[in-house]
Design a protein around this ligand. Structure first.
Ligand code: DX5
Ligand code: ZN
Length: 217
C-alpha cells in the first residue's frame, strides 16, 4: 500500500479548523485527537466538533480516542461522521465487541497501544481490525520526541500482519517527522500521523507531500 500521511489537527489552530483542514488538502485523512482529561492529562474536543468538521471538509476523519470508556463513546464518533475510529485497548472493556460495532456502523475499526502495551496478547484480535496504531510517544500532547525503542514493536507487528495474511494498516503516531519517518516506514508502518511536523511547517500541504515521498523511498 502507498504511504498515507494523516496530519494531526492537535497542532492546528482550533479557532480556524475548517481553514486548517483546507491547508492540508491532499492529505489522506485528518487525524483528530479526542482527549478527555482522564485517559490522558489533556482535554481537546468531542462529538459536536467532529460533526462540524466532517461537514466542513472532504478529507475523511481519522478519530483517535484517548478517552476512558470508549465502548460507550466510540460509536457516537462514527455517527458524527468519522471514517475511522481508534480506541485504546487499555481503556476498552470489550475490544472485540467494540471493533465489530464500529465496523457495523460503517467506519474502519482501529485499536491503539500505548508505548508500554505489548502487541503479543492481541495477536488473535488483529482480524477484527482495519488498522492498528502504535504510539511512538506517551499519548496526550503534540510535539514530543519520537520513542525509537518502539521500532522493534512496529517490526514485530508487521511480521504478525504478514503471518496472518491481513490487510490491516499499521499507523504510527507521535514524533513523526522528516528525521524519523523513514525508520518507521522501514520497520513496517504505512500510515503516518504528523502534527507539529505538518502544522509547524510554513507550507503544511508541501510538508505532507515531502513526508509521503520520504516514506515511500
Ligand atoms: C498525541 C497525539 C498525536 C499528536 C502528535 O497524543 O495522539 O496525534 O498530535 O503530534 P506530533 O506529530 O507533534 O508528535
Ligand atoms: Zn493521535
Amino acid at each position: 500500500m502507498a504511504a498515507q500521511i494523516n496530519p494531526s489537527i492537535l497542532s492546528a489552530d482550533f479557532a480556524r479548523l475548517a481553514d486548517e483542514a483546507e491547508a492540508v488538502r491532499g492529505a489522506d485523512w485528518l487525524h483528530v485527537d479526542v482527549m478527555d482529561n482522564h485517559f490522558v492529562p489533556n482535554l481537546t474536543l468531542g462529538v459536536p466538533v467532529v460533526e462540524s468538521l466532517a461537514r466542513a471538509t472532504d478529507t475523511p476523519l481519522d478519530c483517535h480516542l484517548m478517552i476512558e470508556a470508549p465502548d460507550r463513546w466510540a460509536p457516537q464518533y462514527v455517527e458524527a461522521g468519522a471514517g475511522s475510529v481508534t480506541f485504546h485497548v487499555e481503556a476498552a472493556a470489550a475490544p472485540v465487541r467494540l471493533a465489530r460495532e464500529i465496523r457495523a456502523k460503517g467506519a474502519r475499526a482501529s485499536m491503539a497501544l500505548r508505548p508500554a502495551t505489548p502487541i503479543e496478547p492481541y495477536e488473535d484480535l488483529l482480524p477484527e481490525l482495519d488498522m492498528l496504531l502504535i504510539m511512538t510517544v506517551e499519548p496526550g500532547f503534540g510535539g514530543q520526541a519520537f520513542l525509537d525503542i518502539m521500532l522493534p514493536k512496529i517490526r514485530r507487528t508487521r511480521e504478525l500482519i504478514r503471518k496472518h495474511g491481513l490487510e490491516l494498516w499499521l499507523q504510527v503516531d507521535g514524533g513523526v517527522s522528516a528525521s524519523t519517518i523513514e525508520q518507521c516506514a522501514e520497520a513496517g508502518a504505512d500510515v503516518f500521523v504528523a502534527g507539529s511536523a505538518v502544522y509547524g511547517a510554513s507550507d503544511p500541504a508541501e510538508a505532507v507531500r515531502a513526508l509521503r515521498t520520504q516514506a515511500e523511498t
